[in-house]
Design a protein around this ligand. Structure first.
Ligand SMILES: CC(=O)[C@@H](O)[C@H](O)COP(=O)(O)O
Ligand SMILES: NCC(=O)COP(=O)(O)O
Length: 244
């Protein structure tokens, strides 16, 4: 069975920097450390409100990342223009609400099919691999396939935020069914949001999953153990789950 890949999201290195408006810590530096520790890719979310990752970070990391950049953006002309100028290897289209604390639901691809298909085609024409951040919902999975995007990222937030074991097991089953269904459609299936050291294995063991994008939990652990160890520990848990 093939190994599962880890995309490390360094947004919250930038959150620490923005808290004081200093020049440190630099997410570009964190990305280099994460790659040295075994990250297979670096994910950054350039939000419209620039609460953490700044435009400067995107342009700098486009030059410094040695693995590959997965740039998360909302489906707006401003963000699509930046993506087509920077040309990261991957763009993941995500929903955004300015008032949200973090990404809440998945993209409503079914309800915005023409708009998301047009954005997907524009990015693909720029040589970018497109992923759609969606819930494990068959209507959304079918719509994602229809857009022509080769990748999806299943939103694991409801699983991560489950309030009890019954709810967690139900969310896990919903994700498992969605992952299998999407794989059956020929989509390359990633997953992410809210994954941490105690809930990642149940997701990582799903053989159809290509990559997990994990940020907040790794950066939080890095504050205690250091980033290199935080990344290595997460990668080890994922590989143990896949080889079990
Ligand atoms: C799309 C996603 O799940 C992550 O990129 C998440 O958005 C991290 O950024 P925030 O913590 O700012 O939501
Ligand atoms: N798309 C998920 C991601 O990049 C990281 O999300 P999180 O681990 O910070 O919740």
């Amino acid at each position: 069975m093939r190994d599962i890949l880890l995309g490390v999201n360094v947004d919250h290195i930038a959150t620490l920097r923005q808290a004081r408006g200093t020049s440190y810590p630099d997410p570009a530096h964190a990305a280099a450390v994460a790659e040295h520790a075994g990250a297979d890719g670096i994910t950054i979310h350039l939000r419209e409100d620039r609460r953490h990752i700044q435009d400067r970070d995107v342009y700098v990391m486009a030059k410094t990342i040695q693995t590959r950049m997965n740039l998360e953006i909302a489906v707006t002309d401003e963000m699509l223009d930046i993506a087509c100028e920077v040309k990261p290897e991957y763009v993941c289209l995500v929903p955004e609400k300015r008032e949200e604390l973090t990404t809440e639901g998945g993209l409503d691809v079914a309800g915005n099919l023409a708009k998301i298909t047009a954005a997907t085609e524009r990015l693909a024409d720029a040589g970018i691999k497109v992923s759609l951040f969606i819930d494990a919902d068959k209507k959304q999975l079918d719509a994602a396939k229809e857009t022509g995007a080769p990748y999806i990222e299943i939103h694991t937030g409801a699983y991560a935020d489950a309030e009890n074991d019954i709810e967690m097991k139900a969310e896990l089953e919903r994700i498992r069914e969605g992952v299998q269904y999407a794989h059956g459609l020929g989509l390359i299936v990633n997953a992410g949001h809210g994954l941490h050291y105690h809930n990642v294995k149940a997701i990582a063991e799903m053989p159809e999953i290509y990559e997990l994008n994990i940020g907040h939990a790794i950066i939080a652990r890095a504050a205690i153990d250091g980033l290199e160890k935080a990344v290595r520990d997460m990668k080890r848990l994922m590989l143990e789950a896949r080889q079990a």
